[in-house]
Design a protein around this ligand. Sequence first.
Ligand SMILES: C[S@@+](CC[C@H](N)C(=O)[O-])C[C@H]1O[C@@H](n2cnc3c(N)ncnc32)[C@H](O)[C@@H]1O
Length: 306
Amino acid sequence: MLTTGTGFNVIEQQTMAETPDWMNSINEMDDQEFQRWSRLLKQRTGMDVRYARKSFLTTGVRLRMRELGFTCYSDYYRHLLSGRSGKIEWATLVDRLTIHETRFFRHPSSIKLLIETFLPDYIKNHLDENHLQAWSVGCATGEESYTLAIALDDYLKRFYPNIYYGVVGSDISLPALAKARKGRYDALRVKELPPPLLGRYLRKREDGKYQVDEAVRKRVCFNMLNLLEMDQSTIHKMDMVFCQNVLIYFDKNLRHTILDKLVKHINPGGILVIGVGEALDWKNPQMQRLRGYDALAYTKETLHEK
Ligand SMILES: C[S@@+](CC[C@H](N)C(=O)[O-])C[C@H]1O[C@@H](n2cnc3c(N)ncnc32)[C@H](O)[C@@H]1O
C-alpha cells in the first residue's frame, strides 16, 4: 500500500500493533467526541467517515494535538474554531484528515479513453479555438494533473502540434498542493507510467526521485479549491474534467450535487471522468455516458447552453 503524503498509514499500522507512549497522554476518543469531530469534518470538507476509516480521523486528530501540546479534545476543538489562528490550524489538520493516495497513470483506462476516443472526435467536431483545458479535481499531490499533461502533450505533439493545452489541479489541502507544485516524486509513484513517457517527461535525480520536465510543469497550475465552495469560485469552462477517487468519501446526495456543479464548468462536447463505481446511478440530462472502456465517463451534449 502507498503511504499518504503525510506518512499516515505507517502511523496507523503502528497504532494497531502497539500504542506509542505519546498516545497515552491523550485519551481515546469516545463515541460522543468522535461524532463531534466527524460532524466538523463533514461540514467543512464533505467527507463522511462512514466511507473512510475511523482510525484515520482519530489518529489524525490525536497526532496533531500531540504536535501542538494539546491533551484535551475540547481545547483543541475550540482552538480550531477561534478566528484567524483557527483557520490556519484547520489548513494543517485538513491535510492530515484527508486521504492523498495517488500515483501517475493510476487508472490507465481513463487515459486510453481520453486519447483514443474522446480527443480525436472532440478536436474535430467541437473545439473552437486551438486550446484545450483540463481540470484534475481533488488532485492531491499532482500525479493525476501531470498524467493528464503528459498524455495531452504526447498526443498533441504527434497529431495536432498547433493546439495548446493547460491543466489545472485543485485540492482542499494546501500541503498537498505545495508538493504538487514541486513536481518531484518517489519511484513508487511513477512506476505505472509507460517507460517511453517516463523517459521523455521525467528526469531521474541523484537522490532517486523523479522530477517532472519543466516544459510540462509550465502547463500545469495548482489552486486551492474546496468542492463545497465551488459556487463562490471563478472557474473557467473546461474541455476535460477528471474527478477520480474523490467522491468515494462523500455521501450519495453530495456526490450527485458536486457532479451537477462540475457539469456547469464543462464546454459542450467536453468530457467528465469519475472513478469507476463512484456514482453509478448519477444522471444528468446534459450528460451522456461514454461506454466501451473500463472507465466511468460522460460527454456533455452540444445542443444546450455554452
Ligand atoms: C485519494 S485523493 C485522489 C487523487 C487523484 N484524483 C487520484 O485519483 O489519484 C482525494 C483528494 O481529494 C481531496 N479532497 C477531499 N475533500 C475535498 C474537498 N471538499 N474539496 C477539494 N478536495 C477535496 C483530498 O484532499 C485528496 O487530496
